[in-house]
Design a protein around this ligand. Structure first.
Ligand code: C5P
Length: 224
């Protein structure tokens, strides 16, 4: 069986990561969460008080930015590391969500992270989720998926996820954050969030998680 690249893009909070993770598990593929990379970069910029309008500071920060993923056998999950430290739970907090789109819009940041992402896909057998995976990172991906869901559903799901991690956040705050990120992500100059013409669209508003995963796995199996 041949191995392919599966690119999953879409709006904030429509379940891309959990879906992509489950698809990868089912196919025995590697899962790469590009959002986690932008989140880790954001934490790094905040920790180092980087002035984003200063190209020298941005450049210096990027030189000292090392993001990696490690499997944790205890949780059975892949976790994100920033310069050797496990930052998995910290990067999911609202403090990062409210800043990440601003950092992700910086041209140099995208250049650096996209290069790393391209490297992950060289050997194929990868499911990668983000905003520009099908358009910029892997324009030749064999399977491209664009996920969407209505804002209310996305916000409710995200609130539940945060609650499970002990983070109680107001629904309106989450809605505003998702809408604002979508707006910044869709309108930026470099690597904006777009639905490419060869992507299949999946609206997850009224699908169960299992249905979402099955649709993508079925499509992948038709190709491989
Ligand atoms: O996927 P997640 O919601 O964790 O992504 C967080 C943020 O990272 C997005 O709102 C977006 O600003 C940025 N991002 C991006 N390009 C990607 C993945 C994420 O700009 N490929």
């Amino acid at each position: 069986m041949s191995k392919i690249v599966i690119a999953i893009d879409g709006y904030s909070g429509c379940g891309k990561s959990s879906t992509a993770k489950a698809v990868a598990k089912e196919l025995g593929y590697t899962y790469i969460d590009t959002g986690a990379m932008y989140r880790a970069a954001t934490l790094h910029f905040l920790n180092n008080f980087v002035t984003i309008s200063n190209p020298h500071e941005v450049d210096k920060a990027l030189k000292n930015l090392h993001i990696s993923f490690h499997y944790n056998p205890e949780t059975g999950q892949q976790e994100t590391f920033l310069n050797g430290l496990n930052v998995e739970s910290e990067i999911r907090k609202m403090k990062i969500s409210s800043k990440v789109s601003e950092i992700a819009a910086i041209k140099e940041v995208r250049k650096e992270l996209v290069a790393q992402q391209k490297g992950y896909g060289k050997k194929k057998g990868v499911v990668m989720d983000g905003r520009d995976v099908g358009s910029v990172v892997f324009p030749d991906a064999e399977l491209k998926v664009f996920m969407s869901a209505n804002l209310q559903t996305r916000a409710e799901r995200r609130q539940q996820e945060l609650l499970e991690k002990g983070d109680m956040v107001d629904l309106e705050e989450i809605k505003n954050n998702l809408a604002k990120r979508d707006e910044i992500d869709s309108s930026r100059e470099v690597g904006p969030l777009i639905k490419v013409s060869d992507a299949i669209e999946i609206d997850t508003s009224y699908l169960t998680f299992q249905e979402q995963v099955a649709q993508i796995v079925d499509k992948a199996k038709q190709i491989i």
